[in-house]
Design a protein around this ligand. Structure first.
Ligand code: SF4
Length: 375
């Protein structure tokens, strides 16, 4: 079992909070597809002919791709890899790029999962975030997709936005619940270096949300979504029964994946590989048959860190038994010592053999992972 990821690092405009690598202009998108196809063909043996269970178009903004380009990428994948009949094919989309015609074409290409970046249902908040769409368009797009036949739709929502009242956030959350989608990703806003929000923060033009309000919004998210039949299966992800993101779960379950495109990552159980993030350089290196990636072979410590990151992000947690059986004594002792303190601080709990983050722990998961890392 394996997955393939296509990265499309183009955006029409930069959102105020985003630090992902992306280019603003979409000139060169056609050319990029040409080189992604070359990369795909040249790496057709990377996954050892394993059955492809998931394909994911992410970005950036994949919905800037023409239907012809998406079709080319999918056809090339089918020609060079063995694709499962049950393959989950996810397409990330910006609501502003979608219309009925485009959605119908995606459906006819057998894309069976849409991931739509809603972020909020409040028009002032959307403007503040630098998003291109408004709430009217959101409602229309989701209903249109459902009428066309999409039965697996995920939407993204952001909480912890500076200045956003709990009531405004809950309005958005309730609107999203009423959309009758199968999956919701609710992220806490982080203000990273290089973003417009970071600049505003440094110039005292923005105040971060206070901790109590952030915790409130997070707790309400879990409670409301679980009251409405969503399982909280990963730090930021909630799904109706049978609708977890299979692609993202494979990242957390140590499954091989091939990442195509600038800055895409790949993993084959032995090493991690990441492509150059500069789109022009990526294309020209492939064109001139030069190396376009870096590789890192995983040590025992790396394998442990991977297991901890992926396991603790997940509601299944990490297994004490697995750690004792698969890692040396030094790593196991380090782990046991740390979890004792985390348990005393009510940051983790035990579910028979498994160690799982508490709500308090989820909120500071980066700090906890930092404590558990083996260096
Ligand atoms: S949030 Fe998405 S659409 Fe906005 S700039 Fe970042 S990658 Fe592009």
């Amino acid at each position: 079992m394996a997955g393939i990821y296509f990265h499309i690092p183009f955006c029409k405009q930069k959102c105020s909070y985003c630090d992902f690598y992306s280019r603003k202009d979409s000139n060169g998108l056609e050319e990029l597809v040409k080189f992604e196809i070359k990369e795909l063909v040249s790496r057709k043996d990377y996954l050892n002919k394993e059955l492809i269970e998931t394909i994911y178009f992410g970005g950036g903004t994949p919905s800037l791709l023409s239907i012809d380009n998406i079709s080319e990428l999918l056809n090339c994948t089918k020609q060079n890899f063995v694709i499962s009949n049950e393959c989950e094919i996810t397409f990330e989309a910006n609501p502003d790029d979608l219309d009925e015609e485009y959605l119908k074409c995606l459906y006819s290409l057998e894309i069976n999962r849409l991931s739509i970046g809603i972020q909020s249902f409040n028009d002032s908040i959307l403007k503040f975030l630098g998003r291109r769409h408004n709430s009217k368009k959101l409602q229309y797009i989701i209903e249109t997709a459902q009428n066309i036949g999409f039965t697996n739709i995920s939407v993204d929502l952001i909480f912890g936005i500076p200045g956003m009242e709990l009531s405004t956030y809950l309005e958005s959350l309730n609107r999203v619940i009423k959309l009758n989608v199968q999956h919701i990703s609710a992220y806490s806003l982080t203000i990273s270096k290089g973003t417009l929000f970071y600049k505003m923060l440094k110039n005292n033009k923005l105040n971060e949300i206070n901790e109590e309000d952030l915790i409130n919004q997070f707790n309400k998210t879990i409670d409301l979504l679980s009251d409405n039949g969503f399982l909280h299966y990963e730090i930021s992800n909630y799904a109706k029964e049978g609708f977890k993101s299979r692609h993202n779960c494979s990242y957390w379950e140590n499954v091989k994946y091939l990442g195509i495109g600038p800055s895409a990552h790949s993993y084959n159980l032995v090493s991690r590989q990441w492509n150059i993030s500069d789109t022009k350089k990526y294309c020209s290196n492939i064109d001139q048959l030069k190396c376009f990636y870096e590789v890192e072979f995983l040590t025992n410590n790396d394998h442990f860190n991977e297991y901890i990151i992926t396991g603790l992000r997940n509601s299944n947690g990490v297994s004490k038994k697995y750690i004792i059986e698969n890692f040396d004594e030094k790593i196991s002792c380090h782990f046991m010592k740390k979890i004792k303190n985390l348990y005393n601080d009510n940051l983790i709990y035990f579910n028979s053999d498994k160690i799982v983050l508490t709500r308090k722990g989820i909120l500071i998961s980066d700090y906890i992972l930092g404590l558990l890392y083996c260096v």
